[in-house]
Design a protein around this ligand. Structure first.
Ligand SMILES: Cc1cc2nc3c(=O)[nH]c(=O)nc-3n(C[C@H](O)[C@H](O)[C@H](O)COP(=O)(O)OP(=O)(O)OC[C@H]3O[C@@H](n4cnc5c(N)ncnc54)[C@H](O)[C@@H]3O)c2cc1C
Length: 409
């Protein structure tokens, strides 16, 4: 097990500087334009693909970094660049992780390359779990997957919502109900291959922030996919369902709940790191502005009211980063999340991003309120972190129930 180290090593610093260069030179100058256009920034994704930032190899390298700091470091830098563009770049990773976590080697080898495409023809992927009536309450999911044994095909019907890259993705990973009696334990994940008839984009949402990231409904009408598109395969699913039915009969189920919870605990710090990136970006803008903007014959940072805000902003950001790094290190090293440390990191970092970006607007005064300065966009972007991958209320619920030793529902 790797020691918990609170400093990047030389190699990690090199990678960080390389990503930072891309974030500063390519993402930042493009941020306002793609925010206004509310479209997927394909040329920027292509630039990222050219230098290797948009690729499975890159994320795999960071993911398997034994210090656990690879992913948070990469996320912080990309989201420092711009949250909307960064989500367009890393959104495919959400779907890829779904396949990596549940797929067979053959499925991983077949589908993940198609999620990214290649430098000359970049593609994106979508992970579709949320539904209009199943957001926080994932167990209420209604999208059904029914097995047609005669044809060895699965038939998917339902409506997914809020899917990042939904409808424009080359590959969609769809979570659906295979046994309604079992609640969330009766769910399975499926690959919907490119151009499958019956899958269409519903409403594309116009959003408050991260507007360069495409978010849409995905409608599934008699979508027929080969049996081989069930992630993990039929045999494994049947075994898992049989175990869940046995446990349900015996009134148990803790192990399944704990396994699902461990997955969330491991993925939430990455969202925390995104929030740290946005918060740091806004803080840096505010610090620079406070040092140069003069009122009453002196820089505004000479006023304790402004300086103390900056001190609090920086302290919260550093605390958030430490929580994120700790949870990421725990995830990579298989440490048990006995106090829901992953959720803690996501909760604190996302609330910090929302607060700090608001403080940054205040410090920039009228300029902060205009689109001439980036903190207004950063504040709009930051609002997403307390909502997706589990709202702040759900994080608190998970932390509290974990501390109380109660099952997570
Ligand atoms: C931009 C964006 C991108 C997204 N990307 C994806 C994606 O790629 N794939 C995907 O599957 N989903 C995605 N989502 C969906 C996201 O994960 C959900 O929006 C989120 O889980 C919350 O669900 P909801 O919106 O239905 O809110 P609800 O669950 O309806 O919650 C509404 C409010 O009630 C509160 N609440 C609910 N239950 C409780 C409770 N038990 N105790 C206390 N408070 C509670 C919530 O905290 C929230 O404040 C995305 C969402 C957005 C906005």
């Amino acid at each position: 097990m790797a020691e918990f180290i609170m400093e990047l090593n030389d190699e990690q610093k090199e990678v960080r500087d390389w990503i930072h260069g891309f974030a500063a030179d390519v993402m930042r100058p493009a941020a306002a334009e793609w925010d206004e256009r509310e479209e997927t920034p394909w040329p920027v994704i292509q630039e990222a693909a050219k230098i290797g930032i948009y690729s499975l190899d890159f994320y795999a390298q960071q993911y398997f970094d034994p210090t656990g700091l690879g992913i948070p470091m990469a996320m912080e830098e990309l989201f420092w660049g711009d949250a909307g563009i960064a989500l367009s770049i890393v959104g495919t990773g959400l779907a890829a992780v779904g396949v990596l976590a549940n797929g067979t080697e053959e499925q991983i080898g077949t589908w993940i390359p198609q999620m990214y495409g290649d430098v000359n023809d970049v593609k994106v992927a979508a992970f579709c779990s949320s539904e209009p009536d199943a957001g926080s309450d994932v167990a209420s999911m209604r999208t059904r997957a029914v097995y047609d044994e005669a044809k060895d095909e699965w038939v998917l019907n339902g409506t997914k919502t809020w899917a990042t890259n939904g409808g424009i993705a080359n590959v969609h990973v769809v979570v659906a109900v295979v046994d309604p009696e079992l609640g969330s334990k009766g769910h399975a994940s499926f690959i919907v291959p490119p151009n499958t008839p019956g899958l269409s984009q519903g409403q594309k949402f116009q959003k408050h922030g991260i507007r360069a990231s495409h978010t849409a409904e995905v409608v599934l009408e008699d979508v027929r996919i080969p049996g081989s598109c069930l992630l993990g395969g039929k045999e494994k699913l049947d075994e898992r369902l049989a175990r869940a039915r046995e446990r349900a009969k015996a009134g148990g189920g803790e192990r399944v709940k704990n396994a699902a919870m461990a997955t969330f605990e491991a993925s939430r710090p990455a969202v925390g790191a995104m929030a740290v990136g946005t918060a740091r970006a806004a803080y840096e803008e505010a610090l620079e502005y406070a040092k140069t903007r003069e009122q009453f014959g002196r820089p505004i940072i000479d006023n304790q009211g402004v300086a103390f805000q900056l001190a609090d902003m920086r302290t919260s950001i550093d605390a958030a980063r430490l929580l994120v790094w700790r949870a990421s290190w725990m995830a990579v090293n298989g440490k048990p999340f006995t106090a829901a440390e992953g959720s803690q990191s996501k909760l604190f970092a996302s609330e910090t991003a929302k607060k700090v970006t608001g403080q940054a607007i205040q410090i920039l005064g009228g300029n902060g309120f205009t689109r001439e300065y980036p903190v207004e966009r950063m504040h709009r972007d930051a609002a997403i972190y307390t909502i997706f991958e589990g709202t702040s209320e759900i994080q608190r619920l998970v932390i509290a129930r974990t501390l109380a030793g109660m099952p997570i529902r």
